[in-house]
Design a protein around this ligand. Sequence first.
Ligand code: NAP
Length: 276
Amino acid sequence: MKIIDGKALATKLRANIKETIDKSTQKPGLAVVIVGTDPASQIYVRNKIKACAEVGISSYSYELPENATQAQVETLLDTLAVDERINGILLQLPLPKGLDGESAMAHIPVEKDVDGFSAENLGLLAMNKAKIAACTPSGIMTMLRSEGVDCTGKNAVVLGRSDTVGKPMAMLLLNANATVTVCHSKTKDLKTICQNADILVSAIGKAKFVTADMVKDGAIVIDVGMNRDENGKLCGDVDFENVKEKCSLITPVPGGVGPMTITTLMQNTCIATFKE
Ligand code: NAP
């Protein structure tokens, strides 16, 4: 069994990103738009801005009030869409109640959609033509590659079907030639499906949902969940202590998928800038 150290990989990749940017005459620019005062969103945005500074990406922060109108949000995004300093635009979701995130996202041009959340980018991903894919699943694929995992022909099971994690994860695994099953709250006999997984990715948001009896010997288990356990401690969807004994590879929470998400955002901003 090996625990994948997402933090160490993220640190290494960020050093590579910094080196690429240092060598370039063009400095990538990322606009971060936040609407309202949601404390969790503010922490995420702060972390993203800090990570940008570390690798040499110029970040431009835009804060709109909780009572901003749909038109105000979309006008700002339209302005950023044509701003030449800005290579990537990140709209922190969810938006406050009453605002339509999907409609707002449509104002971010596909080439500046560094989160990969736009309908166009999701469509391109479904056709295996996307240059940019959602950061969390894309970061997971980077982790798998870094461990030398070849997904070809493997049974991959994704728990969760959100547009931001589960669905793009399933499409990335499919594009990597895995045989993919996507499970959700209406799935029947989820345990049996999981027991057949060579690669099991859990993104449902339920503490210790994946137990050892659901996992095949030698499986690769990737835990996207970010939950609090009964003592208020951060934990994933996987019962890590018991499941780890059965796995060939497993990600911990914290220190697994999480650090790779922001690193992938930095990579996506470079792709948007340098059109790699
Ligand atoms: P979400 O939008 O709430 O989606 C959860 C998915 O899980 C849904 O598809 C839901 O099914 C499914 N689900 C819920 N209960 C289930 C059950 N008992 N059995 C099977 N499926 C079930 O969540 P998300 O945004 O994808 O995030 C999932 C988790 O990942 C959360 O803990 C979140 O905090 C974490 N996350 C972590 C990172 C990171 O960087 N580490 C990034 C993003 C998200 P239905 O569709 O049928 O409702």
